[in-house]
Design a protein around this ligand. Structure first.
Ligand SMILES: *[C@@H]1O[C@H](CO)[C@@H](O)[C@H](O)[C@H]1NC(C)=O
Ligand SMILES: *[C@@H]1O[C@H](CO)[C@@H](O)[C@H](O)[C@H]1NC(C)=O
Ligand SMILES: *[C@@H]1O[C@H](CO)[C@@H](O)[C@H](O)[C@H]1NC(C)=O
Ligand SMILES: *[C@@H]1O[C@H](CO)[C@@H](O)[C@H](O)[C@H]1NC(C)=O
Length: 277
C-alpha cells in the first residue's frame, strides 16, 4: 500500500513520462554530425560519391578527403594547389566526385567538406565506401583412396577476406570429417584473395553425403562423397539379356540357311572342286 501510493503518481504523471521518453530518444537516436552514408562499389568499376548539399545555397568550396589526404574538389574563386587523385573527377560545380577503376585500397571513410557563399561554417559529413570483389565460384575436386576421400575447394579473386565454409558436413564433431588445411593468399598489388581448403572424409563410417563449399556467399556445385560403387543396375542387366536373346533368335534362320547350303554343296556340284587355272 505504501509502495503503490508512492509509485503511482510518478508513472501516471504524463509530463514526467514525456520527459523520460525524451531522454531515451535523445540517447538512442544518433546525432546529425555522426550520421554516415554508406556507399558500395566493386573493384574495377566506377562509383559516384555525392555529398549532400543545401540546394538553396551556392557552394563556395567543396573538397573530398580520405585519411587526411586531399582527393579532389574546387574553390569557386581560385584553384586548389593540391594534387588530385588521377582516377577522380568532380562533376562541374557540384559536390559530386566520380571515382573510376576502383581498387581495394579505395575502401574506407571519405569526408566531404563544403562551405556556402555568405557563410563562415564548413559543413562536414563522412561517407563510407565499401569496395568488394566477387569471389569466383569455388571449384571442388575429389580424390579417393581406400576409404578416405580428400576434397579440395578453391576460389579466387575476392575482396575482402572471407571465410571458406564447408556445407553438408555436419557440425564438425564427427570423426568422419575433418579440415586438413586452409590457405588464404592476398595479392600484394590488387589485395584480392585466393582461398582454398582441403578436408578429408573417412568413408568407413558409411554415411553418403552431398556436400559443397562456399566463399563470400558464392557456392560451389554439390558433390556426392562416400558413395558406394554402384552395383550393376538390375534393369540394365535385364535389357542386355533380352537383347542377347533377340539376337540369338534372329540368328537362327541364318544358321539354318547356312547349314542347308553346306549340305547342298556337299551333295555335289563337281565344278566347284576344280581349281581355277
Ligand atoms: C568507368 O568510367 C569510364 C570513364 O567514364 C568509362 O570509360 C568506363 O566504361 C566506366 N566503367 C564502367 C565499368 O562503367
Ligand atoms: C592441404 O592438404 C592436402 C592433402 O594433404 C595437400 O595435397 C595440399 O597441398 C595442402 N594444401 C595446402 C595449401 O597446404
Ligand atoms: C590467385 O589465383 C589466380 C587464378 O588462379 C592466379 O592467377 C593468381 O596468381 C593467384 N594469386 C595469388 C596471390 O596466389
Ligand atoms: C576411419 O575410420 C575407421 C573407423 O570407422 C578407423 O578404423 C580408421 O583408422 C579411420 N581412418 C583414418 C585414416 O582415420
Amino acid at each position: 500500500m505504501m509502495v503503490l501510493s508512492w509509485g503511482a503518481p510518478y508513472f501516471t504523471n504524463p509530463s514526467l513520462l514525456q520527459q523520460l521518453l525524451t531522454v531515451i530518444l535523445t540517447v538512442t537516436l544518433p546525432s546529425e554530425s555522426a550520421a554516415q552514408t554508406e556507399l558500395r562499389g566493386e573493384i574495377g568499376q566506377n562509383v559516384t560519391i555525392s555529398c549532400p548539399v543545401e540546394r538553396q545555397n551556392t557552394i563556395k568550396f567543396f573538397y573530398l578527403q580520405k585519411d587526411e589526404v586531399f582527393v579532389n574538389g574546387f574553390y569557386t574563386s581560385r584553384t586548389i594547389p593540391k594534387e588530385k587523385w588521377p582516377n577522380t573527377r568532380v562533376v562541374h560545380g557540384k559536390a559530386t566526385v566520380q571515382m573510376l577503376h576502383l581498387k581495394a585500397s579505395h575502401d574506407g571513410d571519405y569526408e566531404c567538406h563544403i562551405q556556402y557563399n555568405g557563410s563562415e561554417n564548413v559543413s562536414s559529413i563522412v561517407i563510407h565506401l565499401s569496395v568488394t570483389a566477387k569471389y569466383s565460384k569455388p571449384n571442388v575436386t575429389m580424390s579417393c583412396d581406400d576409404n578416405i576421400c580428400l576434397v579440395t575447394c578453391a576460389s579466387h579473386g575476392g575482396y575482402p577476406r572471407a571465410e571458406l565454409m564447408w556445407n553438408g558436413v555436419g557440425d564438425g564433431s564427427s570423426p568422419a570429417w575433418k579440415v586438413l588445411n586452409v590457405s588464404e593468399e592476398s595479392d600484394p598489388d590488387t589485395m584480392l584473395y585466393n582461398t582454398s581448403s582441403t578436408s578429408s572424409f573417412n568413408c568407413s563410417y558409411g554415411a553418403k553425403r552431398l556436400i559443397n563449399c562456399s566463399v563470400g556467399g558464392v557456392a560451389s556445385d554439390m558433390l556426392p562423397v562416400c558413395v558406394p560403387k554402384d552395383p550393376p543396375d538390375i534393369y540394365i542387366l535385364i535389357v542386355i539379356g533380352i537383347c542377347s536373346l533377340l539376337g540369338l533368335i534372329a540368328l537362327i534362320p541364318l544358321l539354318l540357311r547356312w547349314k542347308h547350303k553346306k549340305e547342298q554343296t556337299r551333295a555335289g556340284d563337281p565344278k566347284e572342286a576344280i581349281p581355277l587355272n
